[in-house]
Ligand binder design. Structure first.
Ligand code: SF4
Length: 658
């Protein structure tokens, strides 16, 4: 059986639901009956509320499978005290797909300081506690109880980013591959359309789930040593055209940090879909086997996906409660997926892939027209972008070079000479969208990759003139070259060049606009002393950041390996890491040097960093002496500093979501 599936260009099914056809996928028996269905082919269980919008990953896959002709139902945020809720639509014919939702369930619930978040952006009314911790595991277990013997297929970000042995920040433990804890039959990693469709087709054709051991973009468990030890002994014998890579075992990485760093490095080099090899990781007597990543979608395939008949609305059962994440994205358009940046604190590359997959201009315009006809649309598009604002249609110069490439980033330590950084297609798209009938404004709220923008003064000019609503979010993250190198971000001089060009372009456009810079504190490689230097840099440049992210070690990110092991897995060099929560809080307080509520902790940070000289009233002081000055400064605080201001929306595509 071939493991390459072509995704058809044209989905079946009408774009807007068709006359008399329900706009949403069924969520109850009654809704199934309304469609004339007495049985589902596939059930999708998700930890998010059911919002029928392409920004909600499990729904994107559900709609995609429906477009291939399958009867698909959705159960969103089921009760987890018994399997009854999951069983409410009956046993599906082919499989049940399980996802924790758009975010890892632990990241969704807990902050960097391990405090419980008061709101869940993906739940009705922003209510917390509508999904369990480690939702993938809990839901998979419930599905096995509800439908004994039915294939359970695990997917989504939580499964994807916990697919090998990984460090879990919230329990401070190395955990096994989530596939073993969930006891699912298959795990889909990366973007799920292609693997999910192949699984559906082959099960539909009568194959058993145990036969589906060769689907790209999936993993399965080899249950005994006889099944995997020969592969570990001679990886080249068992895969027709490629050698498998054998990672250090779970037991090894759980007790040896060097082995963990080795695992992290080896894994990173297998994420290119064009040359990534199969991976095997032993866990005790069992082993998890990962096929090569799924191939990226072509432009036609991306168009077919986004042309599906999304209702672009939350399910009517939430009539009285908004879904905060939907409010952020409801008037935005996704133009592409993937990122070739390779920032070490971010896992987009591990999930969406490093190959940029873009929609055609015509497809984007079709969605814009549909959106402009929808109720409640005022003519303002809040975002046109993806993981990054300006990687639309950027590719390697040719397929052969890309297929052979083993680099982890196309833009670090410098922009690769083979990368085509032409902003022409993006500029054409921006112009076409803003000249559409019914469109008054088009904002670009996705993060601008300023090292790429640096190559296109025309892009910066149009961004400033037409696509910025007074503030533009950008993420220099730090100013220290050593820290930026650990993040794999460009130097601060590149940010400064962009800031200057943007300010000049804004002036030329007759607009007073500000940059909203984002910074990360507590990232591996960063010390209290260089955070003091960062605060001094901000003060010198009259920057008062409102958005500061306390570094969160999310599963499988390279920076998480640094955090856990104290080693840079890519160089094997030791890396300083702030692990103590108080030290992390102090770092954050320093960057808020201008905000009186952070002054007490910032003073302690300065004392511990040996910089008492920066406490006082002189021109170089970062914070005033303790006392009445705190109140005076609180009253005098300016709401609109030169390059600051309140943050723009950061939706499901923002850094926090990854
Ligand atoms: S050769 Fe350069 S541009 Fe091409 S994939 Fe590799 S790093 Fe990216």
């Amino acid at each position: 059986m071939s493991n390459l599936v072509q995704i058809g260009k044209k989905p079946r099914g009408p774009r807007t639901g068709g006359a008399g056809r329900p706009r949403f996928l069924p969520t109850t028996r009654e809704e199934m009956t309304a469609r004339g269905w007495d049985e589902l082919d596939i059930l999708i269980v998700t930890g998010d509320a059911y919002v029928d919008h392409p920004a909600f990953g499990p729904i994107l896959v559900a709609r995609f499978l429906e477009g291939r002709g399958y009867k698909v139902g959705v159960i969103a945020q089921p009760r987890w005290d018994s399997p009854a809720d999951i069983a409410r639509m009956g046993r599906p014919r082919l499989f049940v797909g399980v996802s924790a939702g758009n975010l890892d369930s632990m990241l969704n619930k807990l902050t960097a300081q391990k405090k419980v978040r008061s709101e869940d952006q993906y739940s009705p009314g922003g209510r917390a506690n509508l999904r369990p911790n480690r939702a993938s595991i809990v839901y998979s277990n419930l599905c096995r109880q509800a439908f004994p013997g039915l294939p359970v297929v695990l997917g989504g970000i939580e499964a994807s980013l916990r697919r090998i042995a990984h460090y879990d920040y919230w329990s401070d433990q190395v955990r096994r591959s989530i596939l073993l804890d969930a006891k699912a039959d298959l795990l889909v990693f990366g973007m799920g359309e292609r693997p999910a469709w192949e699984i559906a087709r082959r099960l539909d054709a009568g194959e058993k789930v145990a036969d589906l051991a060769d689907v790209r973009g999936t993993a399965h468990v080899k249950k005994n040593r006889r099944a995997w030890e020969p592969i570990a002994a001679d990886p080249s014998r068992f895969v027709a055209d490629k050698k498998a890579v054998v990672l250090p075992s779970y037991e090894e990485v759980a007790k040896d940090k060097e082995a963990f760093a080795r695992m992290s490095r080896a894994f990173q080099y297998e994420t290119n879909p064009h040359n990534g090899r199969p991976i095997l990781q032993p866990h005790g007597d069992e082993a998890v086997y990962f096929n090569s990543p799924a191939l990226p979608l072509s432009e036609d395939e991306m168009d077919g996906l986004y042309d599906l008949p999304f209702a672009r609305a939350p399910h009517p059962s939430y009539a009285n409660e908004g879904i905060p994440a939907f409010e952020t994205v409801k008037h935005s358009i996704v133009t592409m997926r993937g990122c070739f940046g390779g920032c070490t604190f971010c896992s987009i590359t591990e999930h969406e892939g490093r190959v940029i997959q873009s929609r055609s201009e015509a497809s984007v315009l079709r969605e814009v027209r549909e959106l402009s006809r929808s109720a409640g649309f005022s003519g303002v598009l809040t975002d046109l972008g993806g993981p990054t604002a300006n990687m639309y249609k950027m590719t390697c110069k040719d397929e052969r070079t890309e297929s052979a490439c083993r680099r982890l980033s196309c833009v670090h330590p410098g922009i690769c000479e083979n990368l085509v950084t032409d902003h022409g297609p993006l500029l054409s798209l921006m112009r076409a969208v803003r000249s559409e009938k019914g469109i008054k404004r088009v904002f670009i709220a996705s993060g601008v990759r300023y090292d790429l923008a640096d190559r296109s003064p025309e892009f910066i000019a149009e961004l400033a003139r037409h696509h910025t609503g007074g503030q533009l979010s950008v993420a220099p993250e730090h100013n220290d070259p050593r820290v930026l190198d650990k993040m794999k971000k460009p130097g601060i001089d590149t940010y400064e060049r962009f800031a200057q060009a943007f300010c000049q372009a804004s002036e030329k456009a007759g607009k007073q606009q500000y940059l909203v810079p984002y910074f990360i504190t507590g990232h591996p490689g960063s010390t209290l002393k260089d955070t003091v230097e960062l605060a001094l840099y901000l003060k010198r440049n009259n920057m008062r950041p409102r958005q500061v992210q306390d570094f969160i070690p999310t599963p499988m990110a390279v920076a998480t390996t640094m955090f856990y092991t104290g080693l840079d897995p890519l160089t094997n060099e030791p890396v300083y890491t702030a692990r103590d929560l108080r030290e992390k809080r102090m770092m954050k307080a320093l960057v808020f040097y201008w905000d009186p509520q952070h002054w007490p902790l910032a003073r302690q940070a300065l004392i511990e960093a040996g910089r008492r000289d920066l406490i006082g009233h002189g021109p170089n002081a970062l914070v005033p002496f303790e006392g009445s000055a705190d109140r005076v400064h609180a009253a005098a605080r300016s709401p609109h500093p030169k390059r600051g201001g309140p943050p723009g929306p950061r939706g499901p595509r923002g850094r926090g979501a990854r």
